[in-house]
Ligand binder design. Sequence first.
Ligand code: AMP
Length: 381
Amino acid sequence: MSFASLGLHPDLLGALAARPKYQRPYPIQNKAIPAILQGRDLLAIARTGSGKTAAFILPLLQLIHCQPPGARRTLNVLILVPTRELAAQVAEVAREFGQKLTPSVKSGAVFGGVAINPQMIRMNGIELLVATPGRLLELVEKNSVQLSSVTALVLDEAEKMLQEGFQEELEQILALLPNKRQNLLFSATFGAEVRRLAGGLLSGPLEIEIREEVVGAELITQLIYTVTPERKGPLLRYLIKNGDGEQLLVFTASQKRADNVVGKLLVNGISAAPFHGGLSQGKRTAALDSFRAGTLQVLVATDLASRGIDIEFLHHVVNYELPRSPNDYIHRIGRTGRAENCGTAVTLLCPEDMAHFRVIEKRLGQRLARIDTAELDLAGY
Ligand code: AMP
């Protein structure tokens, strides 16, 4: 299938054609775009990396474009997201494509942790707004945004929104929206809480499930190093110093451990920064920006913080500690080997991790060879 066969506006097709990476629609886009254009509700079980953002942004921009002039320059589309990073990321996709339509669609993002006044000023004439729930309610309270004209609502990463305790804010926002509207719900998982949310929100939705595949597994080299806990730090530094100078995304199981690993890397002259929910917004943004710009060699992240972050062209991922769920393992290693890029995922495996790692292998449907590092001379690392 091609983007043209999905019913998209020629200006959007032109914008897609100008981006070489958008060769053809991803499965979620094939299914979601025509349904959204028809005004249907949608329930999509899909994670970051599936192409879900373009799957809802493109048709929603088009629906705004098709509104009569009198319905423009008011808030048409509201997209709720759990994190500031995701808000900025989704808004960037909306800005990029929205400016290609004539007249362009005015879009923006609002989230907490930064000053509210500049955001209030940008609300004037906004048509597509990406928001975290708390900050949106603050803006509503200050009368800078009206929700009564919303025609479409998107809940992105709904499972995370519920996990992070946004239930009450969500309910308050839903109560402020017009009853007649299109609803799109995206979630990585479909547990009881998401199910309940979907039940109350969606009417006759198209249901799409993009099964978590081992994304491009054949492109990913998985190296499993067995190591004792006290040699983990030196082994990581050995791998970095003897590598090709490429950037690495290192995963830890806790915020404290992420800080710890970063501290040791810095002492050893390796440029590194932590990325987790315990940091201020400024620090998170700065870390991500310098990692994306290539000035930071190592980003040490927790699973929760790293979800939803789209970092392209990453060749190396290190599991300093195993994730709790096999799906998170797949999600982590899927950050490398995306698109046509091959990557390497290194896992540092301690004796106490063995049983848990076997569960992960079962989910992968693969038994991976262990590489024993006991003989490796790590002196000086
Ligand atoms: P998402 O799941 O929305 O976070 O998207 C993950 C990544 O896939 C982003 O870098 C998108 O730019 C990219 N992407 C989305 N759709 C396509 C497509 N049809 N072809 C190639 N890359 C895409």
